[in-house]
Design a protein around this ligand. Structure first.
Ligand code: AQP
Length: 332
């Protein structure tokens, strides 16, 4: 049976893009693959962007990211859930992959270009990010990787690295496949500026653990179809991010109603947003209640993470032994 691997960065509160794009698939695949599905809070990735990983908050955000994943339905007794820095083999394999990967390949990654565009000084870790990500996945010989569409290029590079390693050192790694949630490939930010993203700050995100009144304040002022200036103007849901969100949170009759009524100016944007908020509330309330219970029991979360790291290392250690031997390191 193949393994599943995915990681999520503790760079801020998880948002509905992370949730619909990736975390829901973690839960679905977790039910199917059990302990052979590995999920990881990737704190080593988080520190590649110093602006997004203040050391005062990193541990708390790592803890909160675990809470959020458990709250949406990942059961740590059924899957393998851990923190990346607790399994040092990730870094060891990442170094070997770094040595196999041309700098040019890393420099052409879109995410690298986006994240460095505003930086005066670029940390080398940002460039090496995809080599570490390849190590995360291949350390467990995972074949299935649930991610959002923004990770496509990194998964392609992971496949390339696996091929290269196999070619140089003998057949070792599978070529993993990305698994997407087709309904949530790239959720737009609530500010209307591109992809919803933690590192763009709270104006971009709707957090899954965010107080609902704060969510409403953001939705209330969120941009809609720019061509719809007056209430009486017909709108176009196809260019409206509120309609994108309806498709995630609302039931089919509501989606259909909003679609039809917006086009003939039968519903105003505020009422449309209120209807959306009903779906958001129904979705997020049980998740937020579960998160509160988990926060009240920190030892449960910590014990689960310690156990998860042990389980992950039990898989990683023999793979690393095989890799060391194939690369030719001296054994004493
Ligand atoms: N807007 C999105 N729509 C769909 N999927 C998304 N993902 C992220 N944003 C969206 C998916 O969520 C998983 C975890 O993401 P991550 O935290 O590891 O890093 P990211 O992709 O870089 O997400 P962010 O929020 O944009 O984080 P920062 O700003 O810290 O880099 C991934 O599978 C991702 O595809």
């Amino acid at each position: 049976m193949s393994r599943v691997f995915s990681g999520i960065q503790p760079t801020g509160e998880p948002h509905i893009g992370n949730y619909f794009g990736a975390m829901r698939n973690y839960v679905r695949l977790g039910e199917q693959y059990g302990k052979q599905s590995l999920y990881c809070v990737v704190d080593l990735h988080a520190i590649t962007n110093p602006a997004a990983s203040d050391p005062r908050y990193l541990a708390a955000r790592t803890f909160d990211m675990a809470v959020a994943n458990f709250a949406v339905g990942l059961d740590p007794s059924q899957v393998t859930f851990f923190v990346q820095s607790h399994v040092p083999e990730h870094q060891e394999l990442a170094w070997i992959f770094t040595c196999l990967t041309p700098v040019g390949e890393l420099e052409r990654m879109t995410q690298y270009k986006d994240k460095t565009a505003q930086l005066e000084s670029v940390p080398a870790g940002l460039l090496m990010y995809p080599a570490l990500m390849a190590a995360d996945i291949l350390l467990y010989k995972a074949g299935v990787v649930p991610v959002g569409e923004d990770q496509t290029q990194h998964i392609e590079l992971t496949r390339e690295i696996a091929r290269k390693f196999n070619h140089h050192f003998g057949e070792t790694f599978p070529e993993p496949q990305a698994v997407y949630n087709k309904e949530a490939l790239r959720i737009p930010g609530v500010d209307g500026h591109g992809k919803m993203s933690k590192s763009k700050g709270e104006t971009s995100t709707l957090g899954i653990l965010e107080p609902l009144d704060s969510v409403w304040q953001k939705l209330r002022v969120a941009p809609t179809d720019p061509a719809r200036v007056r209430r009486t103007d017909p709108g176009n849901p196809d260019v409206c991010l509120i309609f994108d969100y309806h498709k995630l949170f609302s039931d089919l009759p509501t989606i259909e109603l909003v679609n039809v009524e917006c086009r003939r100016a039968g519903i105003g944007c505020v009422d449309c947003k209120k209807k959306l908020m009903e779906g958001v509330t129904a979705h997020l309330t049980p998740i937020q209640e579960r998160a509160e219970e988990l926060r009240a029991d920190p030892s449960y979360v910590r014990d689960a993470l310690a156990q998860g790291a042990q389980e992950a290392r039990a898989i990683a250690a023999p793979v690393m032994e095989e890799v060391r031997e194939k690369v030719g390191f001296l054994k004493v």
